[in-house]
Ligand binder design. Structure first.
Ligand SMILES: NC(=O)c1ccc[n+]([C@@H]2O[C@H](COP(=O)([O-])OP(=O)(O)OC[C@H]3O[C@@H](n4cnc5c(N)ncnc54)[C@H](O)[C@@H]3O)[C@@H](O)[C@H]2O)c1
Length: 270
């Protein structure tokens, strides 16, 4: 059901790979709420082709950009401004990739060239995107930026590997750039810390399915779905959250505030 929360707003959605992607669901929700969007992803993801279906459904252009490539990002903001005839009101950074996880390297046996790449794609990219947007004055006054993170930035989750450290950096960039962009143009920047969610990125983590059930049992409200994450993100893009910035917002059914649940204790007692 639409409430026209984003009527007249324009935005960029990074990271829709397939139907399961959090960015895919967010794109659909933004358009349903009255927004116009531009879709972007790495050229290799676009070649996989599924994003064309989303573009059709959203009536949105696709502008390829590898977030580690400054020329691509410059081109993205120039073309987006041309397309909309001005800046955007919101951006979703829904990007994550760990090369060490992909290669099966344990946290105590990391390859640092791989780690550089993972940091660049998954955390530094937020800085690159924001710096390029600022240079092109591509985000309108009172704009809203959301990046996605995971609680492993705060608590040890062994299988999350190098991504735990990288998400901590992402959350720090959110605060540091949130200060700068807030001062300069009232642009707000927040991270949403989402429950484990079955997506391509999520399923790359060893033991992921077991962890999804554990988290479901631990959280008083259960795991938050990708659909619900999209709804929460729409709220953060809307004018109802204009004074929220530089925050890490847990969207996890209460997992982050629960020491242990009765369901988990009962299971352990068996
Ligand atoms: N799935 C989960 O359990 C979960 C939980 C919390 C947070 N998150 C975060 O949500 C975000 C979205 O992930 P998802 O779960 O929807 O998975 P996903 O695999 O659908 O999305 C990840 C996206 O990152 C893009 N990407 C990778 N390298 C890129 C590059 N160089 N340039 C541009 N884009 C690039 C991919 O093409 C893909 O679209 C990530 O930041 C992830 O860490 C996921």
């Amino acid at each position: 059901m639409s409430h026209n929360l984003l009527k007249g707003k324009k935005g960029i959605i990074f990271g829709a790979l397939d139907e399961k992607s959090i960015a895919w669901k967010t794109a659909l929700h933004c358009v349903a709420e009255g927004a116009e969007i531009v879709l972007t992803n790495a050229p290799i993801a676009i070649r996989m082709g599924e994003i064309n279906e989303l573009a059709k459904q959203c009536n949105a252009p696709i502008i390829p950009a590898d977030v580690t490539n400054m020329d691509d990002l410059e081109n993205l903001f120039i073309k987006t401004k041309e397309h909309f005839g001005g800046g955007v009101d919101f951006m979703l950074h829904s990007i994550g990739m760990s090369v060490n996880v992909r290669k099966g390297n344990d946290y105590t046996n990391l390859n640092y060239d791989f780690m550089h790449k993972s940091v660049d794609i998954s955390a530094m990219s937020l800085h690159r995107v924001l710096q390029t947007a600022m240079k092109h004055d591509a985000i309108n006054e009172w704009g809203s930026v959301v990046a996605l993170t995971f609680i492993a930035a705060h608590l040890a989750f062994p299988n999350y590997n190098e991504m735990a450290d990288i998400k901590a950096m992402l959350e720090s960039i959110t605060r540091s750039f949130g200060y700068q962009y807030g001062n300069k143009k009232h642009v707000r920047i927040n991270t949403v810390s989402q429950s484990p969610t079955i997506t391509t990125a999520g399923q790359g983590i060893a033991g992921f399915d077991g962890f999804v059930s554990f988290s479901e049992k631990m959280s008083p409200l259960g795991n938050a779905t990708a659909e619900q994450c999209a709804e929460f993100t729409v709220a953060l893009f809307s004018d109802y959250t204009r004074m929220v910035t530089m925050q890490n917002l847990f969207h996890d059914g209460g997992f982050s505030s629960t020491g242990v649940s009765e369901a988990v204790v009962a299971q352990m007692g068996k």
